[in-house]
Design a binder for this molecule. Structure first.
Ligand code: IPE
Ligand code: IPE
Ligand code: MG
Length: 249
């Protein structure tokens, strides 16, 4: 039934889009397993979905798209899988950077890059440098990212500033903490989508998700299409965001 409360009914070009959408791209291995394919093909197909969704997000007028590509806990996977995932980030940047730049996408990578291989860090820096003045869509890739790790690093940097006499502890506010996170300058996500049916954050944007709306999709990431994104946004548009206050009349 297509009623006013049916999310699908809201799928019009004119529907408002959230400023910042963040996605936990989950389910690549299960996608492959269901097709009796090796799991690398699941991850590879996941990169195709990244391309399609990034393009769609730009066309829909989304300002910021954050994609969770590799968590600080994903090092616990088999070494060959970790190396596949590293290879796919490199492949994505090598193959797609020119097109992203051409389409006005600004690329930024968040996460701990100290423990990434030099060739990956070089590619990340190249992507950020080339696209730094683009304004159409800000694509933020969380890679070797963990929210607890990010907050810990911020605390460490703040402590150093205090120790060196550059910061008075009494002046530390929420804005101080936010400015020391990897996401400094990026507005908090309005909508966080997780694919594959899992209902947890898995260490994603712990500070920034304070008032995000969460939408869970049962679709495995490689199958996640622009229509699924539009459905998630339609669901978001039905939510009443109160931020601790009371509902608008
Ligand atoms: C998401 O898919 C990709 C990464 C976490 C890197 P998974 O590899 O977690 O696939 P599932 O969730 O096990 O199916
Ligand atoms: C979260 O997915 C990390 C990424 C999507 C990159 P996982 O598949 O690693 O999360 P868990 O282990 O199911 O919580
Ligand atoms: Mg998973």
């Amino acid at each position: 039934m297509m009623g006013r409360s049916d999310p699908a009914a809201n799928e019009t070009e004119a529907a408002p889009v959230p400023r910042h959408v963040a996605i936990i791209m989950d389910g690549n291995r299960r996608w492959a397993a269901r097709r009796h394919l090796p799991r690398q093909l699941g991850h590879r197909q996941g990169v195709e979905a990244v391309r399609v969704i990034t393009r769609a997000a730009g066309e829909m007028g989304i300002g910021y798209l954050t994609l969770y590509g590799f968590s600080s806990e994903n090092w616990n996977r088999p070494a060959d899988e970790v190396s596949d995932l590293m290879g796919l980030l490199k492949l994505f940047i090598r193959r797609d950077l020119a097109e992203l730049h051409h389409n006005g996408v600004q690329v930024r990578i968040i996460g701990d890059r100290e423990h990434l291989d030099d060739d990956i860090v070089a590619l990340i820096e190249e992507a950020e440098q080339l696209t730094r003045n683009n304004t159409r869509l800000k694509l933020i890739i969380a890679f070797n990212y963990g929210g607890q790790n990010e907050i810990t690093s911020a605390v460490r940097r703040i402590a150093h500033e205090v120790k060196e006499g550059r910061l008075d502890p009494e002046t530390i506010t929420q804005a101080t903490v936010a400015a020391h996170l990897d996401t400094a300058g990026i507005p908090d996500p309005d909508l966080i989508i997780r694919t594959s049916g899992e209902k947890r954050l898995s260490n994603f944007l712990l500070w920034q998700s304070a008032y995000a709306e969460l939408v869970f999709s049962d679709v495995y990431w490689p199958d996640f299409s622009p229509d699924h994104l539009k459905q998630a946004i339609a669901e978001f548009n039905l939510r009443d965001r109160r931020f601790g206050a009371v509902a608008a009349p």
